[in-house]
Design a protein around this ligand. Structure first.
Ligand code: PLP
Length: 469
């Protein structure tokens, strides 16, 4: 129990049981021990502290009396979920990370219109539970006390390499694949591996706010390059920051507007990177989840110079709760990336990796994607039908419908007001870095649309929009 630090002093005359209960109580009150955390058994703690078991029992009983901990018999002793009010002031004072970006609570079911999360009701619960328990058994029997391969399990890397070649037109070997903690984990690994700190990076405008934030935290300078109907404007990038070391692009479906980077822009971008020894990060966050038409092959598939690092994630296609993503690295750089992964960013839980490998190997992944595309198209139509707005004011934007608003409309305020109805539209303006480029609009995620209540919710939205203009 890493958060439990108890120092006993036998010289003070304070009974040992009281010292133990005071130390644990202080850890709970300060928030170092969280609600629900499990405490060591009497036996383990007494052995650790070199005291009698009865002493620990007395200390625990005192904490139970203070309602700081609860005993659940054979299951163990836990920090209480409902702490007495005076106890958790520090916990309440803690804010959650990046509050401007993560505006919805973590680990909660998605709200209607929320972007960036797959359909909650379509997650294959029993199949996934079966695969995970089989994977947990496998992980517990084979090499259960060995360090796993920091690049990720070969079984999963093999499935991903095969998938990339079939579905994204990108041929690479399992050796070029490294498993990461989603897109975010991949970004950290790449920045370190390429030594990009203090360098300049092109990012898309509008673009994924977390990419900008992550690069800034890692010490890069970002230059926002506007996108048009063909995707990122490479001429503009070359004019403004010709020597940038990096460009991060969502080539498949621009985030958030959804257009595909045109073929001529792809060649132009690759040429620039090749001539300039710059890097391109391809954020393939939606993979082949394109509702209409066929998804374009990955940008990395056209890369003759070996300058594109392709990032894939299972956050949109299966679930962000897996925290599972990967990178595909140009062949000549794989050893270096593997060293960096081993030193700084080893692959995530092997149980989830093995379950995912089976999910892919048995054909469930492709089936799941086909099914999700069908369902999302249907949900999009339901939304369009209920919204009843002129076609000119809406546009498809990846897995969201963009409802365009006049430029001076305060879309952030509408989104805040919508929260009172448990609705979570995303304001388009928050995807822009520069005020002079800002457009106003609401991005309505289609993945968690349900027929029940949809008409009423669309009515609330229309009302809030009308009020604000
Ligand atoms: C543009 C973009 N890239 C990547 C991601 C996925 O990130 P992660 O794999 O860390 O969940 C998202 C999720 O919203 C996104 O919008």
């Amino acid at each position: 129990m890493q958060n439990l630090h108890i120092e006993l002093n036998r010289a003070t005359g304070v009974p040992i049981a009281a010292q133990i209960s005071t130390a644990i109580g202080a850890s709970i009150r300060s928030g170092r021990l969280y609600s629900g955390a499990r405490l060591p058994s009497w036996r383990d703690l007494s052995a650790q502290l070199g005291v009698a078991r009865g002493t620990v029992r007395v200390a625990y009983e005192r904490l139970i009396d203070e309602q700081l901990i609860v005993s659940r018999g054979a299951a163990g002793t836990f920090v209480a979920h409902q702490l007495p009010l005076s106890s958790n002031a520090d916990i309440r004072d803690l804010r959650s990370p990046l509050p401007d970006f993560f505006v919805h609570p973590f680990s909660q079911p998605p709200l209607m219109f929320q972007m960036g999360v797959p359909a909650q009701d379509m997650f294959p619960v029993s199949l996934w539970s079966r695969l995970t328990s089989a994977a947990a058994r496998e992980a517990a029997t084979v090499g259960s006390v060995s360090y796993p391969d920091p690049r990720g399990e070969l079984a999963l890397r093999t499935e991903i390499a095969a998938y990339l070649s079939v579905a994204r037109g990108l041929s690479c070997s399992p050796a070029q694949i490294i498993i990461t903690n989603g897109y975010t984990g991949a970004l950290g690994l790449i920045i370190h591996a390429l030594g990009l700190i203090k360098q300049t990076a092109w990012v898309e405008e509008p673009g994924y706010p977390l990419t900008r934030t992550a690069l800034a935290i890692a010490g890069l300078d970002t230059v926002s390059i506007a996108v048009d109907e063909q995707g990122i404007n490479v001429d503009n990038g070359i004019a403004r920051a010709p020597d940038a070391a990096l460009a991060v692009v969502t080539a498949g479906q621009q985030a958030p507007l959804g257009m595909t980077l045109s073929l001529s822009r792809r060649h132009q971008l690759l040429e620039w990177a090749g001539q300039n020894n710059s890097w391109i990060i391809e954020d393939d966050y939606l993979s082949e989840l394109q509702l209409y038409g066929r998804a374009a092959p990955a940008l990395a598939s056209l890369d003759r110079y070996g300058r594109v690092i392709h990032i894939g994630t299972f956050s949109k296609t299966v679930s962000p709760a897996l925290r599972m993503g990967f990178i595909s690295v140009p062949a000549e750089h794989t050893n270096h990336f593997a060293d960096v992964a081993a030193a700084l960013a080893p692959a995530s839980s092997i149980v989830t990796q093995l379950a995912l490998a089976q999910f892919m190997r048995k054909g469930h992944y492709m089936r799941h994607l086909r099914r999700m595309k069908r369902i999302y198209k249907h949900r999009l139509e339901l939304l369009r039908h209920s919204l009843q707005i002129p076609a000119a004011t809406e546009a498809m934007a990846g897995l969201a419908l963009l409802l365009k608003l006049p430029r001076d409309t305060d879309d952030k305020m509408i989104a805040q007001q919508a929260a009172a109805f448990d609705l979570a539209p995303t304001p388009l303006s928050s995807w822009y870095a520069q005020t002079q480029h800002k457009q106003s609009g609401l991005l309505l995620g289609v993945t968690n649309i349900t027929e029940t209540g949809l008409d009423a919710n669309c009515e609330h939205l229309r009302h809030l929009i009308a009020q604000s203009s």
